[in-house]
Design a protein around this ligand. Structure first.
Ligand code: NAP
Length: 216
């Protein structure tokens, strides 16, 4: 179930912020807010992945932890909503096409939908299930750090599916220097993560002993 989903209205634009969020951090929040502002989105719906097809399940933190951290991180922004759609469908792998179809139908096929994620993930999009349909029902925002070369993206995607490039916009965000990998590594090394993720998320990580180095 997704709480506080907006009702459909004509001219509506929605962002779907897809990610593993293991954990969510200030970079993700800055991206979501910047895209919301630039593209005049009514809401940004954060969708933590269930079991991503491209990752080994044992390497990813349990979906309920990732979902709860995402709720904590977004709680004070009235434009942000968190959806359990992939978590609750997590019996098998979860695919972006199923999520986008779900919201496309929810908004009666009329809302403009932007799927927001990292540029590195978008680079792989031609391997995603039913990618051609994805390009027909949504737009993509590929978030990246300043200085990222667009040549690879243009070459990889443009040579196979040139029309897809019209649906992808790249957004450079300085706060992308923060990454989930960096946070997990810092926790494992006993270093502070204050100011990299909201305090509530940092507290949740400590309280539940997430990302600690395992004794061998
Ligand atoms: P990932 O491989 O963990 O991340 C790739 C890069 O993108 C990392 O630098 C990551 O940084 C960044 N990133 C991830 N989500 C982001 C976001 N919302 N905004 C900005 N940067 C982001 O990617 P992932 O999180 O597993 O997958 C991203 C999305 O693509 C998910 O929604 C996933 O379901 C979808 N996907 C779908 C398929 C499919 O349908 N077959 C296949 C692959 C991915 P951080 O680690 O700091 O987040």
């Amino acid at each position: 179930m997704t709480l506080q989903l907006p009702k459909f209205r004509d001219g509506m634009s929605i962002g779907i912020m897809g990610g593993t969020f293991d954990p969510i951090h200030l970079g993700h929040l800055v991206i979501a807010e910047e895209v919301r502002h630039q593209f005049k989105l009514d809401k940004v719906i954060f969708v933590p992945t269930g079991y991503p097809p491209h990752k080994k399940a044992s390497n990813v933190t349990h979906p309920e932890h990732r979902y709860l951290m995402t709720v904590l991180a977004t709680i004070n922004n009235p434009h942000f909503v968190v959806s359990r759609v992939e978590i609750d469908n997590a019996k098998g792998f979860t695919y972006t096409i199923d999520t986008v179809r779900f919201f496309h139908n929810y908004f009666q096929g009329k809302a403009k939908i932007y799927f927001i994620t990292g540029a590195d993930a978008i680079m792989e999009i031609l391997t995603w299930k039913d990618y051609a349909e994805l390009f027909s029902i949504c737009y993509f925002i590929a978030a990246t750090r300043p200085g990222y070369s667009l040549n690879n993206l243009n070459k990889t995607i443009g040579s196979v599916c040139p029309q897809a490039l019209e649906r992808i916009q790249v957004l450079e965000i300085p706060a992308m220097q923060i990454s989930s990998t960096l946070i997990r590594q810092r926790v494992a090394d006993g270093k502070p993560i204050k100011y990299l993720t909201p305090d509530s998320v940092a507290d949740y990580i400590m309280k539940n002993g997430l990302y600690r180095r395992r004794e061998v």
